[in-house]
Ligand binder design. Structure first.
Ligand code: GLN
Length: 208
């Protein structure tokens, strides 16, 4: 299994450690060619505005969008989740728009900039997940095709799935718990290489 980790900015390194620990191969993605042959892609936390700018500069925006449309499993964490959302508040931005969710950036204000809390996530089993939030975004609205995977105790949505796309408000790579990455690897295993070959080489060609 070959998992790409978008390595333009932010905390991509921690994802590579977990992916390797789980026995998959990780590739730092900085060039469109590095998207070829991937079984999945992780968009890490960081600063979504900067990452978006760099994705355009490095000609990665359009290929990633096309690969996701062709079925490539993509997991976005924190800023990565912002980049997947159809609509973003605070401020509005032109994202990859791959998930029918509306996301507010920096939704927790200054006082609770960072915190850790327990999230119940039935898809991962009975044991709750200890989630680390850092200037985190929140899913304020979600469309009918969204599976809500996790909520805060007050009901606010912090984890969601839409088919091959996963999004988390928090940083699963910072918890000593690899279940979210394992779950993502299970999804990538279901994504058959033969079906996507053509779509990938086409999408990995940079567009002007
Ligand atoms: N506040 C950042 C953003 O909206 C996300 C923070 C993070 O990824 N830890 O881009």
């Amino acid at each position: 299994m070959k998992i790409g980790i978008l390595a333009l900015q932010g905390d991509f390194i921690e994802h590579t450690y977990i992916i390797s620990k789980l026995g998959a191969h990780s590739v730092a993605v900085r060039q469109p060619e590095q998207l070829e042959g991937l079984d999945g892609l992780i968009i890490p936390g960081g600063e979504s505005t900067t990452m978006l700018k760099l994705m355009h500069e490095y000609n990665l925006f359009q290929p990633i969008k096309e690969l996701a449309h062709s079925g490539l499993p993509v997991m976005g964490t924190c800023a990565g989740m912002v980049l997947l959302a159809k609509k973003v508040f605070n401020p509005d931005m032109n994202t990859l728009s791959l998930m029918d969710i509306e996301v507010r950036r920096n939704a927790f204000g200054r006082q609770v900039d960072s915190f850790e809390t327990i999230i119940s996530m039935p898809a991962l089993g009975d044991e709750p997940f200890a989630a680390v939030f850092i200037r985190a975004p929140l899913i304020e609205n979600s469309g009918p095709d969204i599976d809500i995977m996790g909520r805060l105790a007050d009901g606010r949505i912090v984890a969601a799935r839409q088919g091959n796309i996963l999004a988390f408000s928090f940083h699963p790579e910072l918890s000593n718990d690899s279940r979210i990455h394992s779950y993502f690897l299970e999804i990538t295993a279901g994504f058959k290489s033969e079906d996507r070959k053509e779509a990938i080489s086409k999408a990995a060609t940079p567009v002007d």
